[in-house]
Design a protein. Structure first.
Length: 116
């Protein structure tokens, strides 16, 4: 079972074709890059974001998270892990993957905006 929580800062927002936003988050535990549909993006550069990664679904996700989704681990090796979130990609590297999820594992991803 995989569990991780950490606080990150939005250090980059890259708008891509087809209304996709690539969110770059940096923190003490490493780097996360998450592709999101532009319509659900609530984050701006400099925002502080709480990130939760878990094998277990949060039953109160509507109250607890600004954005909540799930993905499947499709690559786990070297210094990074990648998840597919319905075709969107999440890239994790650094300490966040020290205790890495298994290949094919379903991971719930919660993002909560701490600062606006």
């Amino acid at each position: 079972m995989y569990e991780y929580k950490g606080t990150y800062r939005v250090t980059g927002l890259e708008y891509e074709p087809n209304n996709v936003v690539k969110l770059r988050l940096e923190g003490e535990d490493g780097l996360l890059t998450i592709e999101l549909p532009a319509v659900v993006n609530r984050f701006r550069e400099g925002d502080s974001v709480l990130v939760s990664l878990s094998s277990s679904r949060d039953e109160n996700y509507r109250e607890n998270w600004s954005v909540y989704m799930w993905g499947v681990v499709y690559y786990s090796g070297g210094d990074y892990v990648r998840l597919s979130i319905g075709g969107f990609i999440m890239h994790m590297e650094g300490g966040v993957v020290k205790n890495r999820p298994g290949l094919g594992e379903k991971i719930y991803i919660g993002l909560r905006q701490l600062t606006k």
